[in-house]
Every structure is written in C-alpha cells, then in structure tokens.
Design a protein around this ligand. Sequence first.
Ligand SMILES: *Cc1c(COP(=O)(O)O)cnc(C)c1O
Length: 418
Amino acid sequence: MTTAPSTGTRWLARAEALDADDPLAPLRTEFLLDAAPDVVSYLDGNSLGRPLRATAERMADFVGSQWAGRLIRGWTDGWMRWPEVVGDELGRVVLGAAPGQTVVADSTTVLFYKLVRAAVDAAADGRDEIVCDTDNFPTDRYVLEGIAAERGLTVRWIDTDPASGVTVEQVRASVGPRTALATFSHVAYRSGHLADAAGITAVVHDAGGLVLWDLSHSVGSVDLELDAWGVDLAVGCTYKYLCGGPGSPAFGYLAARHQGRLRQPVQGWMGHAEPMVMGPGYAPAAGARSLVSGTPPILAMVPLRCGLEVIDRAGMAAVRAKSVQLTELTLELADAWLAPLGVDVVSPRDARRRGGHVTLRRDDFREVTDLLWQRGVVPDYRQPGGIRIGPAPLSTSFRELHDGLAVLRDVLLDRPRP
Ligand SMILES: *Cc1c(COP(=O)(O)O)cnc(C)c1O
C-alpha cells in the first residue's frame, strides 16, 4: 500500500500550520541544532534532551570565571547551597513544590534507594510490604528487590498492561495494613501511560502507607503538583525533558511534614548539619538537605539551570499543551500511514492518560530502528518491538516530527511485513 501524494501534502500542510500557530516555536532556535546536520528528526527527547546554546556558553563561562577564578572559594561563595537552590528552582518551575523540599544530588537510582530506605525504615511494625508494578522502570524494580532482601520486606507486584499502566483500582486492591510504601512511575517509560498521581496517592494514604513517585519521564513534560497532591516522596532524572545533559544529577523531594522523621541511610558529611565542623558522630541537616550525602555535582548542574530557565520562560502549561499536540499528531500519522503497514499503537489514546511519548510496535522494529538512525531519524527502541516517539516540546517542531514519521513510513514500505 502506498500513500497518495495528496494525502502526503495534506499532512505536511497540517504540520506546517501547527508550527505557524506554535507559541513556543521561537524557543527551538535557542537549541544547538546545527551541531547535528545529519539529524533529520530527533525523537528521543524523553531519553536525552538536546543542549541549549546558552548551556555551551554558560559551561565555558563557569569553567573560566567560576572554577578557575574562584577556585576553592567557590564553595563558600555559594556552590555549597546549590543542591537546595537548584532544588527550589525545580520545585517552583516544574514540580509544584514549595521551597525547602527538593534537592539535586546523585543519580535517580541512588536517590531512589535512599528515599525508599528512609520510607520503609520509618514504617510502623507490621508494615512490611512495598507495592510496585511489574512494568516499572528496571532500576526501580531492581533497587526494590535489593531493599526487600536487605530489610526482610516483601514486594507486592501489581501486574500492569505494558500498553497502558497502573490504575487507581489496581492500587486500591493491593494496599492495606501491611503497606509501608507504594511506588510507581508517573509516566510509564514503555507505554507513556500517565498515572493518576493524585488519585493513587490518596488511596495509598487511606491505607496508611507512603507514596514515592518516580517522575523521570514526566518532569518537564506534564504538569506536576506534588504539594497539592499530597505526595510524600519523589525522585526524577534531569537529563530527559530538563536538558541537563548525559548523566546529569537527579532530584529528590521530601515533603516538609516528613522532614526530621524520615532518615536516608547514606550518612555523608555533606548531609550533616555542620559539615565543616567535621566532628564525631552524624547529625542530619535540617530539611531536604538531609538527602545529600557527598560533594554536590556543581559543574553538572549548570546545564540543568539553563534548561529550567527556558521552561520557566515557556511556562509548564504551554509546554504540556504543545506536548499533547505533538503526541496527537504522532497518533494521527500512525493511524494514517503506519497502521496499514502493520504498526500498532501501544500507548494510551486518551491524552489525559498519556505523557510525552508514544510507542509504536511492529515485530521488526529493532532492525528498523537501525535503518532510521542511518537516515538521521533518531527515536529509540524498547523491547518488545517498540519504537518510542518522544518529541521534546521545546526543541521539536511539528515539521520535524512529520518528517521523521514519513521516513519511518518509507522504510516500512521497502520491507516485507514480518
Ligand atoms: C530514565 C529513568 C531512570 C534512570 O535512572 P538513572 O539512575 O539516572 O540511570 C530511572 N527511573 C525512571 C522511571 C526512568 O525513566
């Protein structure tokens, strides 16, 4: 089956009209796009955001004037407080969190470990279960298995449909008097399913447990209201939609009402109440600073600050609105061009239950991903048979999305159906 030229032109016109109406379109020029002239369409903003021009400048300036210029004095000048300062910015711009509850530190995996341990160690006797779903991100599942073995706890697994995600009803049926903690990804890394965070948090609280949300695939892509939802704990990545760069540090959120009561286990000097006293015995710092363990990754926070600045200017509501339009266009093109070629959509069709990416499935998509990369179209592949289309609202145009999916269609037209 081939696509009639008239249909092709119609979709191109639609993509261009969406770009013309896009209030965020000017921000795209702030990204370093010309550094990758071979890239026709970058569709993996959900895995690694593109760098801003300002990031390249700010990094060079930081090395020259801050690091080289201030040397060790930089720590007393302000670097020491960056975990909380940048954490508060994150809280304000993208998390819906009042100041004093968020820090930047470690990797998501390590912060997840620290926060899960803090939660389960504070649980009342008899609360010996952690509730999670089978399609949660691998690192979360592996860390939970390790903690369960370490602390004699049980993980109660909710079986989720890999094409959607965990529901309020499933959580209600799984929590109870033995629940210490329930933890899920807000947006499922595979399907892009957007969980009802407020509803699930309320159900876990009714059962007397705490909730930890992994926001890695939602932060900077969907609206978050951690304080309003009554979330207890949260972690997330900054190298995805926040454009912090490869391996940029994670953030952790500890609600004010739990501070001083929940204690994370990696008692390092940088989370001490008085790190420079270097005295005997550990005393945790007040507030979210207690989540910090070692020396903060200052250099690696510079790009994140640039990413937050551009999202702040755009406004999260506008970012989410464009993200929904991008995934809607993905679904329309998938239905028009790809469904006739045997491609399934394995993501929610209801925008209210969908995050920032859409997963398409065909049995030969592993090989197809290689062919796309050779042609400058860069999504990523996830088992089983899934290509994730993750357009970043700040740096992806509708035209770019259109062009990438057109190449996917052309590649499939040249191949036998598996
Ligand atoms: C990307 C991602 C991670 C990554 O954790 P790292 O420690 O940065 O490797 C963790 N959880 C989720 C849900 C993710 O999407």
